[in-house]
Structure formats: C-alpha cells, structure tokens
Write a protein that binds this ligand. Structure first.
Ligand SMILES: [Zn+2]
Length: 442
C-alpha cells in the first residue's frame, strides 16, 4: 500500500496532491472531485482508506497513474483543455468522459508514421541569388552544407536548402541553421525530434468550423450568431444565410481562455481590444475551444510555414460542428435530380447535395435556402437501391428510417455515381457506429 501511494502521489486527472479515491476498473488513483466524476460514469470507485485485498493491491501496482496515462493519453495534444489547467466541473466532466469512456486520446493517430530522418544524408542546396551555383547541388552531407554556409561562399540568407526533415518544401537557410549547425548542447536526436514535431503540425488539418452559438460582444446582450472559423480569422455573421459579417477577429493576435459560468463554461476570445464570450452546450463549447486553440497553436508554432487549404466557399452556410444538432457534414457530391412533388405527383428538378450526414435538396444550384423538410438524414442502417422501373428515366430508391424517396437521374452514369457515393457515405456511418459499439463494450 505504501509503495502504491509513493508511486501515485498526484491525481491521475487533475494533478491534485490529495488522493482520495481508487478507480478499480482502470487502476488509477484520483482526488475526491475526480473520483465523484468517475462514479457518475459508473466506474467502480473505492475510498483510499478502505481495506484492500492483497490481489487488489497487486492489480493496482501493476497499473498505476503513470502507466495508465501513458496509454490513455498517448494522443493528448497540447491544445486540449484538461482539468490540470481548467479547474471547472464541466471541463472535468468532459475530460473524464473523453479519456475513460470514449477514449479519444488513446486512439491511434491517423497520420502515417514518418521515418526517422538521417541528418547526415539527403541535403540539397539551391542558390537563386548568387550566380556561382545556379543549379541544384546534392545530395550532399550536412558537413558540406555547413562548410558552404561558413565559408560564406553563398549569400546564405537568400539561399534555399532541402532535407526531408524540413517539411515538404525548400527552406530558407537562415530558418534552419539550428539543424545545419546545432549548438553543442543540442544533439541530433533533439534536432530530429524538434523537426519531427513540426512535420506532424504541417500535416494537421486546419480546423475550419461553422455553426450557431450564443455570443456576447463586449457588454452587449447574448445573441445567437453564425460563427465561422475561416483561415486565420473568426467571423461573426447575424445568421447562416447572411452574406456580410458583423465582426472579424484576427487569430494571430488573439488570446483564448475558458471561463466558468456556473453550470457550464464559456470561451473567452480577446483580440485587438474586443472581447467575445461564446456559449453553447458543453460538447459544442469544447469543440469550438479545441478548434480555436488548435488554430492559434498552428499559427503561432508554424508562422509562415503554415499553409491553409481554403475551404469550400459554397458551403459556408453549412454547420460542421460535429456535436451540434444542426451538423450537416462535409459535401460529398452534388448535382441535379428529379423528385416527385409531395402533392402533385409530377417530377420536379431540384439541386441535390450529398453530405456526410444526409441528402439535402434546394430549389436550384444558386438558391441554397434550406427548408427543414428538404433533407433526409442518413444513418448506419440506411439503404439505397436502383429502381428497376424505367418509366421516368434512371431511378434509385433511398430508404432511411421512416423515410423513403425515389429520385431520378438524367442517365445511367449519373445514377451509378449517386448510388455509389450514397453507399460509400452509409458505409462510413456504419464504420463510425461500429467503432462506438466497440468502445462501449470495453
Ligand atoms: Zn483530480
């Protein structure tokens, strides 16, 4: 027991020094507040001063906070809010659910594993300024690159070098001097790790986000607004179909925080003297906070190396906050199809957009006003099949829970494309659903 306490001096979740509870499922020691939250998720919790059986102590010694955290928090990124930083009940609740129940920080990273790069190989050099080396030279060793720089044979500030560890492009020599010429206390492993981290950040998908939240600007009253995290800006629109925004905040000069608002938590964004408070339900707040915090992290850490892929501007009115009730998902495909009218059984052409969460239709390609009934939500058990009756052209039937519609494509090629992508989308929802089932079983 003494050994157990010595090995686990701080709460596994919030780092508090007052250990009071033991989670007998995972084998971690936690503080009173965290233990209470663990029991809310029906995890078996014992008090620390209760007697433990010998085999229970053996189990706990084989687990322990460090070991369990090493595996459950393998993907805990530095922009994630934890109860170590934010001592609010709602953050604690969200974190414990994410960590132990949904295990979102333990999941395998989707990014492919990169090889460890040999710093002494693959260096290339290009000089666009001096006429001495007008062409690419390499591969050369790091020693040779170092010599070129030291000999001032090159106008090195404006020259470029390439090595796989520097990312996907040619880099200014000036920016990579610590890799070419590391200081004596920085060995190659440290250098490699530093650049490896940068490579992972370069691969991160920039978090564009759009959705309705409640916003307080300065001292105004809270109001529902359409918020868009777009490139390096946070834009506030009166609603999702407005074409002009009320306010624009630049994320490169933004300070971001979470503030306790009693029973929930709000995001505070301060930029250029403007203060914004954002509130929604806890899951939406956390999704917004993490997207903003990832964006700010990428902007600060990558600076001008950050290349942001521009999002689909025709989809600016579509909510992509996955925890929101209005979530519609990303566009998969779009095109014209004919649909039978609800009252008159005539066929009307409509503009259809298939998104990862459902099929939506609009009056025309340029009229994107959506009525709630003009959509079918897709689920893991939805299905699609071709219509054999060819009376109206090339039809297919989509069945999703209680809804069934028949749609008609212009030709066979169009029909196969729609059926193919609908099946793909449903298949993807099935994979997600099975993933959730699997997690809740363990
Ligand atoms: Zn704790």
């Amino acid at each position: 027991m003494e050994e157990l306490l010595n090995n686990n001096q701080y709460c596994a979740d919030c780092d508090s020094e007052k250990i009071e509870g033991v989670n007998m499922q995972f084998g971690v020691l936690v503080c009173k507040a965290c233990a209470k939250t663990h029991s809310q998720f029906n995890m078996p919790i014992r008090r620390l001063h209760e007697p433990f059986l010998g085999e229970e102590i053996t189990f706990l010694l084989s687990r322990g906070n460090k070991k369990v955290n090493d595996s459950l928090l393998i993907n805990l990124d530095p922009w994630i809010a934890t109860p170590k930083i934010f001592k609010f009940e709602s953050v604690r609740y969200w974190y414990i659910e994410s960590k132990y129940i949904q295990m979102i920080f333990a999941r395998e990273r989707r990014e492919k594993k990169r090889p460890t790069y040999d710093l002494n190989k693959y260096w290339f050099y290009i000089d666009e300024v001096s006429k001495r080396f007008p062409i690419t030279r390499g591969p050369v060793t790091r020693w040779e690159i170092r010599k070129m720089v030291n000999d001032a044979e090159v106008l090195f500030l404006e020259s470029y070098i390439w090595h796989p560890i520097l990312g996907h492009k040619w880099c200014h020599v000036e920016k990579t001097l610590d890799a070419i010429n590391p200081s004596s206390e920085q060995d190659d492993i440290v250098t490699q790790e530093k650049y490896q981290k940068m490579l992972i950040l370069l691969d991160k998908r920039y978090p564009h986000l759009k959705g309705t939240v409640e916003v307080v600007v300065g001292k105004s009253k809270p109001q529902k607004k359409w918020l868009v995290l777009y490139m390096k800006k946070l834009l506030i629109f009166p609603s999702s179909n407005s074409s002009h925004f009320d306010l624009e905040l630049h994320l490169d000069s933004t300070s971001l925080d979470l503030v306790d608002s009693g029973n929930s938590v709000m995001i505070s964004v301060i930029s250029e003297g403007i203060k914004l408070l954002i509130s929604a339900n806890i899951w939406e707040v956390m999704e917004w906070y993490h997207s903003l915090s990832l964006a700010v992290y990428l902007i600060r850490n990558l600076e001008d190396d950050l290349v942001i892929k521009e999002p689909d501007l025709s989809e600016m009115h579509v909510c992509n906050v996955t925890t929101s009730r209005d979530y519609m998902g990303d566009k998969v495909m779009e095109g014209q199809l004919k649909k039978e009218g609800a009252i008159f059984k005539s066929l009307n052409p409509k503009w259809f957009i298939l998104r990862t969460q459902g099929l939506y239709w609009y009056a025309s390609k340029n009229d994107k006003a959506l009525r709630e009934k003009d959509a079918i939500r897709l689920f893991y058990d939805s299905s699609v099949e071709e219509e054999s009756d060819a009376k109206n052209g090339f039809g297919f039937i989509l069945i999703s829970r209680v809804t069934k519609i028949t749609l008609w494509a212009e030709n066979e090629e169009q029909r196969s494309k729609w059926v193919y992508y609908l099946k793909e989308t449903i298949e993807h929802l099935k994979t997600l659903h099975e993933g959730v089932c699997l997690l809740s079983m363990t």
